[in-house]
Design a protein around this ligand. Structure first.
Ligand code: UDX
Length: 436
């Protein structure tokens, strides 16, 4: 199949490259010429493990190309995917900003030739595909097309494996013809018996929000239970294991931490709440999860303050990890982006390290943070060390070496990476999340 992908961000670039890996001919379009030039040179603008190799391979084999020329890329495509950003609107009211989606729809409309399926891949509020359809019909009444919704469930840092071995593919279509085109596109996954859920457009659009909102609820749930565990001196890691063995609960996404971040959960939960309000409905459970997430970050700030004897002022805090999760350079809504500024404000001195995220962090964190080369430099003269993001690099640190550099051996493990007994035996004053 000939596929055109509009947008070469986390979703568009991974999806386009993986479609090419399936054997399709893919043209990725972006407005930002510099980004396209770098992609043509094999320079990937984001950190996603394995993506650079896959882009190079498919470009070399002639199935993947990059262009700014949307006019040339649309006519030949049997399916045009819209994978542009839908950031939270600048009004800060939680609505998804659909400007780029509608702009793409208008531009696509003009160049449609032959029957084409226009597919929303971006996470969009229910009803957006209908708007896209209206815009295209108004812009080009002669166009022979259908719209479809095909939400993605890719985790950053695992996006390629999530794409190649998805739990399911969700397709929202209104016509048999559009359904056939999308089934054809995902045909290579049949080999792995991947279930394809074909449903209405609105159902597919809402599915994406419901999936992300549920995962956010699950994380906020275990974060709050972790607080209860601290109060009654229980161990949340054992508790999570025990409840997760119930097939109805499942063991994934029961790791307490400093709160969820990223470009999806925070944005999609808010967008769902706004969408629901517009229809006079409620998602109180999701609202509570959003509130609990903000409270979790505040709780981490208090935890650090308590471990420093009641005040951060004048204290040196070593921070291990800045990104919202490991295996990404993404700082969007990372817990560190809330926690570190609060510590600075109270007069703390921060020495931070992250394997991949320091460049991004410098753009979004306030000045005054010293960025260092590794965990041991972050420990230099530190009154405490905070493990913020569970990068593998931090999982087997030389505790003796760490301790010898610190002013006081206080270890605050916000991802429960280390064993409390082991840390105490190594001479650390240790605390985790949900276990002492
Ligand atoms: C998420 C969804 O998982 C994915 O399906 C969707 O397409 C996009 O959003 P992503 O945001 O990339 O993916 O990362 P994910 O691995 O889901 O983690 C999201 C946040 O939750 C991270 O901040 C992570 O640290 C946090 N998290 C995750 C926890 O705090 N505890 C957990 O047990 C799992």
């Amino acid at each position: 199949m000939n596929i055109t992908m509009i947008g070469t961000g986390y979703v568009g670039l991974v999806t386009g490259t993986c479609f090419a890996e399936f054997g399709h001919l893919v043209t990725c379009v972006d407005k930002i010429a510099d980004k396209i030039t770098r992609l043509q040179e094999g320079i990937i603008p984001i950190y996603e493990p394995g993506l650079d190799v896959l882009v190079q391979k498919n470009t070399d084999e002639g199935r993947l190309r990059f262009t700014t020329d949307l006019a040339a890329a649309v006519p030949e495509a049997e399916a045009v995917f819209i994978a542009v950003g839908t950031p939270s609107s600048r009004r800060g009211d939680g609505y998804a900003d659909l400007t780029y989606i509608y702009e793409a729809a208008r531009e696509i409309a003009v160049h449609l030739q032959g029957y084409t399926v226009v597919v929303d891949k971006s996470t969009v509020p229910v009803g957006t595909a209908r708007q896209v359809e209206r815009i295209i019909r108004e812009t080009n009444p002669q166009a022979d097309f259908d719209v479809a919704s095909n939400p993605e469930f890719l985790r950053e840092g695992a996006a390629i494996s999530d794409f190649m071995r998805p739990d399911r593919v969700v397709i929202g279509v209104e016509s048999e013809k559009a359904g056939q085109v999308l089934q054809e596109i995902y045909k290579p996954l049949y080999l792995r018996e991947t279930p394809i859920v074909s449903t209405t457009i609105e159902t597919a659009e809402l599915t994406k929000y419901a999936a992300n909102a549920f995962l956010a609820v699950k994380i906020s749930f275990i974060n709050e239970i972790a607080g209860v565990c601290e109060a009654v001196n229980a161990n949340v890691v054992d508790l999570a294991r025990a409840i997760g063995m119930d097939g109805r609960i499942g063991s994934k996404f029961l790791h307490p931490g400093p709160g969820y971040g990223g470009s999806c959960f925070p944005k999609d939960t808010l967008a769902l709440m706004r969408l629901v309000q517009e229809h006079g409905e409620n998602v109180r459970v999701v609202e509570a999860a959003v509130e609990a997430n903000a409270a979790q970050k505040a709780r981490m700030i208090r935890k650090i303050r308590e471990m420093l004897g009641g005040s951060e002022a004048g204290k040196t805090i070593g921070v291990l990890g800045l990104t919202f999760k490991p295996e990404t350079d993404d700082m969007r809504d990372a817990p560190a982006a809330t926690i570190l500024p609060a510590l600075l404000e109270k007069g703390a001195k921060l020495r931070a390290h992250d394997p991949k995220g320091m460049e991004e962090a410098k753009k979004c964190l306030p000045g005054g943070i010293e960025y260092v080369k590794n965990a041991y430099e972050a420990a230099e003269d530190a009154d405490c060390l905070v493990l913020m993001t569970e990068w593998n690099q931090y999982r087997a640190l030389d505790l003796e070496r760490l301790k010898s550099r610190m002013r006081s051996p206080v270890f605050i493990d916000l991802r429960n990476v280390y064993d409390p007994q082991r840390m105490q035996a190594a001479g650390f004053v240790y605390t985790g999340v949900g276990r002492k």
